[in-house]
Structures are given as structure tokens and as C-alpha cells.
Design a protein around this ligand. Structure first.
Ligand code: HSE
Length: 441
């Protein structure tokens, strides 16, 4: 018989957990009106007590420090994991699944690294495992990729999926602040992970891309197969030069279907300043999904922060509530469960074909550009535009080159040859370009 009330236990009462409890308590009636499911927040686990959160009045005896009071509690139907990290969260979730509970998690690192085991176990036990909040915060991109494009072959997904990096790059672009000042501001605003390395080195975005790519191509794309570069190399100088060529620098998570396989890469990317993604500012996220039938579509919203992320968590809780109430579980990602990634189907970064921004420090002498152009030409790379900037002292200058479309393996070879030239000093900076020109799709 359908249950009219469903009991929910929260594991973790940090920023997102607090916001989830606020929504569940303050909007209980509205959720019931919208979904027909009455959600009771029954238990909240917090590592240390006492605890108080402004504007949240938990029911009596709701708070506990003991996860077993939730996981082993036969009254609780849905477990919401918001503690983060991998090992403890994994143990708690598998125990909850074995106990027949539906699970909701926002933990992208856990899914990217151990999702296959969790989905397989959930499938075996006939419970749901919701993960809308794991990627792009409040944007319903998981639901969109799972449910909204069945008539399409997804050609590409381009995501701005790390709010911290987008905030930092926006500040550097608009305010001309340094990377360090912009990072501190992002941390103060609560966007960054507890370890900001995960954000600024691109790892958080890569965790999210592993999820997006797996859903887009109905496979299991392991996190380790993603090429990842962060934004720590990006200086205000790079931002300024990119601007002079009409580009903005964004950290993009990109997955594409090509003739040779699936590309999956996270790296700083020059995109045209007039493109919609270039105008996604601050901690906002955006995901562009390109399908062969629909063409480009765009999903935009807040990708970090308590309430936006809680909005996605609550959507999953409602879905799990329906499952608990009707016994019907919405499908789990099939390609992921089946571990369908054939070895070698992920293209290596060397096979990527794109345009490049190449910043070299060179001697300011006649013939230098000719020497660089010769090496690029030998490697089958054409030059589209060049600027020469700033004296660095000791008669050196910046030479910034935009190339035509080229194979990455050719660019790797060209860089090695260029670095050996006597006229070149210091490390070069290479940034990929995506034109995001969807006119033909
Ligand atoms: N640190 C993440 C971000 C939080 O900046 O986007 C949301 O996953």
C-alpha cells in the first residue's frame, strides 16, 4: 500500500545540510502540494553537539552524533549523505542501501571514484540513488541528461561547473585582481571546497565531468581517464592578452563524441567574448548540451552555495519519497551500472584537435617570428594571429600566437622544438581555444 508519509535522515549538517533542513521544515506543506509526498525530517546527524542553526527549529530528539541511529533506523526511508569525503560516506551509503533505504547524495568525488559500485549495489537492492546536487548545484542538469534527450545523440557538453574558479576568473577579468586575492574572496563567500586545491586544480570540475560524460554517452567514464588542468597558471596578463584577441578565459569541462571516441577534458579555455558562456559570471555555472536533433541547449544557475545545492537535494528527496511511497524506483544510469566503457574508447589528449593560444618569451630580434613560424609549419600548425607585447628586460618580449585548428600531438612536438630554440626563454603558456560556434549544429 502506498505510504503517505516518508521519513528522512540527514547525514551531515553543514552549509548544505542546514539549507536542506530549512527547506524540508519550512516548505513541508508546499512539497506535499507539489508532489503528493509528505516528507518528515526525522533525524539529523552532526559530528559534534550541541549545535544550533539560525532559523532552523529541528523536531525534538532529531539531532544525534551517531550515524547508526539513521542508517539502522527502520523508521527512516531515505538517507541524505552530505558529509563529503570518500571513505566514510561510502561505508555509510553501502550500509544504508543494504538496509533497503533510498539514498540521496551531493558527493561528486564519491560518485566519480566509486559510483559504479554504489549504482550496482542500489540496483541489486532495488533502491534509488539520487545525485542531482553532485553537479552544477541547483541546475537540474542530471535530470536533463537522464530524461530530456532520449531522441538525441549528444555531440558535446561544455560546462562551467566550478563556481570557485568561475568567481576567481571573473574577478581577475573584471577587477584585474590577482589570483590570490580572488581566491580568498571565493573562500570567504563559501564557494570553495574545504581544500581549495580541488577547485583550482580542476579536480572538482573533473569529478563533475565524469558524471556528465557518463550520462551523456550512457557509459561509465572513469575519473582517471579525464585530462585535467587547473587555473593556477592563469595570470592577469593571460587574461588581458586573451581579451585583446576577443576571448575570455573560463575553466571548461568538455566532453565530445568524435570519430575516435569520447573526449573528456577540463582545462582553462579561451572562448569568444560574445558567446553566452563567456558571460556566465561569478559563481554561476552553466552547462551547454549539444544534441544532434535539438542543437545547442543551455542550462544556467547557481552552482554552489547552501540553498541552490539544497534545492537539488530536495528534488532528489522528493523523487526518493515517491519511490518509497509507491515502490517504483526510477532508473539508475544503465551504462554506468553495466560498466560499459570499452577500453580505449576515451580519446587521449594527444588526439584532440583544436585551436591554441601560445604565449612565448623570446628575444626581441629580427627573424624570431620566422623561426617560430617555421617550427609550427613543420608540425603542420598554421598561425592565425600574433601580437608582440611588453619588454621583460634583457631584450626579451612576449610573443602571443593564436593558431588555426591543429592536432594536440603536433602542438606537443612543436612546443618541444620551440623550447630548444636559443631565442626562447622561460616556459611557454599553452591554452586551448573553443570557438563554440554552433551555427552548423
Ligand atoms: N567548490 C564547488 C564549486 C562547490 O566551487 O563549484 C560546488 O560543487
Amino acid at each position: 500500500m502506498a505510504k503517505s508519509e516518508v521519513n528522512v535522515g540527514l547525514l551531515g549538517w553543514g552549509t548544505v545540510g542546514t539549507s536542506v533542513s530549512k527547506i524540508l521544515l519550512n516548505h513541508q506543506e508546499q512539497i506535499f502540494q507539489n508532489s503528493g509526498v509528505r516528507l518528515n525530517l526525522t533525524k539529523v546527524v552532526k559530528r559534534t553537539l550541541p549545535a544550533h542553526r539560525e532559523g532552523v527549529n529541528l523536531p525534538e530528539n532529531c539531532l544525534t552524533t551517531n550515524p547508526a541511529e539513521v542508517i539502522e533506523n527502520p523508521q527512516i526511508d531515505i538517507i541524505v549523505e552530505l558529509i563529503g569525503g570518500i571513505d566514510q560516506a561510502y561505508q555509510l551509503i553501502i550500509q544504508a542501501i543494504r538496509n533497503g533505504k533510498h539514498v540521496v547524495t551531493a558527493n561528486k568525488a564519491l560518485l566519480a571514484e566509486r559510483g559504479i559500485e554504489l549504482f550496482q549495489l542500489a540496483d541489486k537492492h532495488g533502491v534509488g540513488l539520487g545525485f542531482e546536487a553532485s553537479t552544477a548545484g541547483g541546475i537540474p542538469i542530471i535530470k536533463a541528461l537522464t530524461d530530456s534527450f532520449p531522441g538525441n545523440q549528444i555531440q558535446a557538453v561544455y560546462g562551467i561547473v566550478n563556481g570557485t574558479c568561475n568567481y576567481i576568473l571573473t574577478q581577475m577579468h573584471e577587477q584585474m585582481t590577482s589570483f590570490e586575492i580572488a581566491l580568498s574572496a571565493a573562500q570567504e563567500k563559501g564557494y570553495a571546497e574545504s581544500d581549495p586545491t580541488l577547485d583550482i586544480e580542476g579536480i572538482d570540475a573533473a569529478h563533475k565531468l565524469a558524471i556528465l560524460s557518463s550520462l551523456a554517452y550512457n557509459v561509465y567514464l572513469p575519473f582517471e581517464r579525464i585530462h585535467v588542468e587547473g587555473i593556477t597558471q592563469i595570470t592577469d596578463r593571460e587574461i588581458q592578452y586573451a581579451q585583446e584577441f576577443g576571448y575570455v578565459i573560463k575553466l571548461l569541462a568538455i566532453t565530445k563524441k568524435t570519430a575516435s571516441g569520447i573526449e573528456a577534458r577540463v582545462h582553462p579555455t579561451l572562448i569568444p567574448e560574445k558567446s553566452i558562456l563567456a558571460n556566465v559570471s561569478d559563481a554561476f555555472n552553466a552547462v551547454c548540451v549539444v544534441g544532434d536533433a535539438v542543437g545547442p541547449t543551455l542550462f544556467y544557475g547557481r552552482g554552489a552555495g547552501g540553498m541552490p545545492t539544497a534545492s537539488a537535494v530536495v528534488a532528489d528527496i522528493v523523487e526518493a519519497g515517491r519511490s518509497a511511497s509507491t515502490g517504483v524506483v526510477n532508473s539508475l544510469p544503465k551504462g554506468w551500472i553495466a560498466n560499459e566503457l570499452v577500453q580505449g574508447v576515451v580519446s587521449s589528449i594527444a588526439e584532440v584537435e583544436t585551436r591554441y593560444y601560445l604565449h612565448l618569451i623570446v628575444r626581441d630580434r629580427p627573424g624570431v617570428l620566422a623561426q617560430i613560424g617555421k617550427v609550427l609549419g613543420q608540425c603542420d600548425i598554421g598561425i592565425a594571429a600574433v601580437i608582440q607585447k611588453d619588454s621583460h628586460g634583457a631584450d626579451t618580449v612576449s610573443l602571443v600566437i593564436i593558431t588555426h585548428q591543429a592536432l594536440e600531438k603536433n602542438m606537443i612536438q612543436a612546443r618541444q622544438l620551440i623550447n630548444q630554440l636559443e631565442i626562447v626563454s622561460g616556459d611557454s603558456i599553452l591554452i586551448r581555444i573553443e570557438e563554440l560556434d554552433f551555427a552548423s549544429t
